[in-house]
Design a protein around this ligand. Structure first.
Ligand code: AGP
Length: 613
């Protein structure tokens, strides 16, 4: 989604904004621009294209000063072009705005402003905001009131940052609904506003998160937060513990490759402080789960999108098998409109790396509306999915920059396993010693992942043989069926290959007609309760001329003899096997995309956080 950076203070805003926007590039965008107060004028530079294009423009026609605001745009209304790029300046050049989200009633507002003689220069919905503020300011309102009244006119989910010549010692930021976050950074006699933490982390770790329907009037000394009804809100300051270097690539070619290899660390971190290996116990304090609440829960609805939904499918099997609670997985974009029949004894569990996915948040709000308990498993601290929930589990993977989720798939698998163990323990459904055995298996996970990732070279060889593949099937059963879906998603979203994940048992009901010598088939066949079925699946695929790549447990010579390529993984307790079996699939997708010379970290048409419908 779009990136926003704002600055107010004694320094030149231009380089601060450009560098901040670079740290948000992973969000996906098609245009970029910035505006600064340069002397007594608001100067704007903007164009379609990447930040390199904007830097060229600024080098040719420099601007310097403060305050300033900048933006990377992911087009929703109006094609990528200079005139549709943000920032947008009002007709009198008094106010300038950057914006994330969609003004759902922009046509109505545009007609109203047209009738007032306002000139529109772009096709964007954003422009209605700047003209509204300028119009209200010209009627005598100060910047705060003019902004607040304008924000109250907007329908839909929106984030706005603006500044005005009339009050050049301020910038204003606002959040309405779930169009991504607004984080306000607190510096020494300088302040920042951004759509995500990495943009300002080099300047400050003290931040304030705006909630929905809140705005902040920001000057060099601080931020005054208020609701859109004008009621002051005491600002809660958070300290970000991330290491800024964590948001850099290091010796890797792409963030995705780095994040694949970070999984030993991120799996260790997601366990840290939550597992007592001595006493075989799990502790998830942020979940606020009491024994009474654990016993009350009758059903769990897991809701998520994309990769997070596939993690949820694994979670369903874990929660039902370990905690004996009926569990279903509901795709966020469907759940929000399916009129679900929820009860107060139900729990809705959202899984979201960004914590800002509009469909997942809307599904949570549907759960809230019907009185269900809301839990979430999130990575982004301070995100809406974290703050909406009655209790949450932090993935604790650190920033995931690559658009394709990797560590934000494996961490929630462990979080879901821990949740299942905790629920089972509190409900008293674990046999004596059962909890200790389950917890003890957790200890193995980081090492098993590390040993698997050490085999990258073998995956790279197979990737080379599949570099020009046009279609690919991923088959799995039971707890590894969602891993087949995830492996297919990884391949399709970064290499643009048509890849399909399928329940292996379903192949004979039609899709097996697809298999021939042009159709590589990845079969997930680790030693788990479905192993024998998967072996016969490999035979069926081979009998039809398919090229089979089998993911199998170390030492499995039968699978090796049957498949064309073998990707061994260490033998793993079956309920934790997806954490390991997904790793060669992440690497396979990565190397095929890299060999095809594609933009691995920012694949076409995709955004890291889909904060619009
Ligand atoms: C996965 O690689 C994709 N980036 C996408 O499917 C993602 O998982 C989905 O958009 C959900 O994002 P979230 O976890 O931030 O909610």
């Amino acid at each position: 989604m779009c990136g926003i950076v704002g600055y107010i203070g004694p320094r030149n805003a231009t380089p601060i904004i450009l560098n901040g926007l670079k740290r948000l590039e992973y969000r996906g965008y098609d245009s970029a621009g910035l505006a600064v107060l340069d002397g007594d004028r608001i100067e704007v530079r903007r164009d379609a294209g990447k930040l390199a294009r904007l830097e060229e423009i600024v080098a040719q026609d420099p601007i310097a000063g403060a305050p300033g605001i900048g933006h990377t745009r992911w087009a929703t209304h109006g094609a990528p072009s200079a005139r549709n790029a943000h920032p947008h300046l009002g007709n009198s050049g008094q106010v300038v705005v950057v914006h994330n989200g969609i003004v759902e009633n922009y046509l109505e507002l545009r007609e109203e402003l047209d009738a007032e003689g306002v000139r529109f220069d772009s096709e964007t919905d954003t422009e209605t905001i700047v003209h509204l503020v300028e119009h209200l300011q010209s009627s005598g309102l100060d910047l705060a009131d003019a902004s607040r009244q304008a924000f109250c006119r907007l329908k839909g989910a929106n984030v706005v940052v603006l500044m005005s010549l009339a009050e050049p010692d301020k910038i204003v930021a606002a959040r309405i609904g779930n169009a991504g976050g607004v984080v306000i950074g607190i510096g020494e006699e300088e302040m920042f506003a951004a759509s995500d933490i990495p943009a300002i982390l080099e300047h400050t770790r003290q931040v304030i998160f705006l909630e929905s329907r809140q705005m902040a009037v920001i000057d060099c000394s601080g931020a005054q937060v208020q609701t859109l009804d004008g009621h002051p809100v005491p600002a809660q300051v958070h300290t970000i513990s991330w290491d800024p270097v964590a948001a850099e690539k290091g010796e890797y070619r792409h963030f995705m490759q780095k994040e694949i290899h970070e999984q030993v660390r991120s799996l260790t971190d997601t366990l840290a402080g939550r597992v007592d290996f001595e006493n075989g116990a799990v502790n998830l304090p942020e979940l606020n789960l009491t024994p009474e609440k654990a016993r009350q829960v009758e059903r769990i609805f897991i809701t998520a999108c994309g990769t997070a939904a596939y993690a949820g499918m694994v979670g369903k099997i874990l929660i039902e098998r370990i905690a004996r609670i009926p569990c279903s997985v509901e795709i966020g974009s469907e759940f929000r409109y399916s009129n679900p029949l929820l009860k107060a004894t139900d729990a809705v569990l959202a899984i979201s790396q960004s914590g800002e996915t509009a469909d997942t948040l809307a599904a949570m709000e549907e759960g809230r509306r019907q009185g269900a308990t809301l839990w979430s498993i999130v990575n982004a601290i301070g995100s809406q999915a974290m703050r909406l929930a009655d209790g949450y589990i932090s993935m604790q993977t650190g920033p995931e920059i690559g658009v394709a989720s990797t560590k934000a798939f494996t961490a929630p698998l462990v979080d879901l396993y821990m949740l299942a163990v905790l629920l089972a323990d509190l409900r008293g459904v674990l046999p004596d010693g059962g909890r200790r055995a389950l917890v003890s298996d957790l200890r193995l996970v980081p090492d098993l992942a590390g040993r698997t990732l050490e085999r990258e070279a073998e995956v790279e060889k197979i990737a080379a043989s599949l570099k020009d593949v046009r279609d690919c099937l991923f088959l799995g059963r039971g707890i590894n069926m969602p891993v087949a879906y995830e492996g297919a998603l990884k391949l399709k979203e970064i290499s643009y290959v048509h890849a399909e994940g399928y329940p292996a048992g379903e192949m004979k009901h039609g899709p097996i007609a697809l298999i021939d010598e042009h159709m590589p088939v990845v079969c997930l066949a680790p030693k788990d309760p479905w192993y024998d079925k998967m072996i016969s699946q490999i035979q069926q695929a081979k009998a039809r001329g398919g090229t089979v790549i089998a993911v199998a447990s170390d030492g499995d010579e039968l699978a090796a003899a049957m498949a064309d390529h073998i990707l061994y993984v260490p033998e793993t307790p079956w309920m934790l096997s997806p954490v390991v079996t997904v790793l060669p699939l992440q690497l396979l997708a990565y190397h095929i995309a890299a060999l095809r010379g594609l933009d691995v970290d920012q694949p076409r048409n995709l955004a890291k956080s889909v904060t619009v419908e």
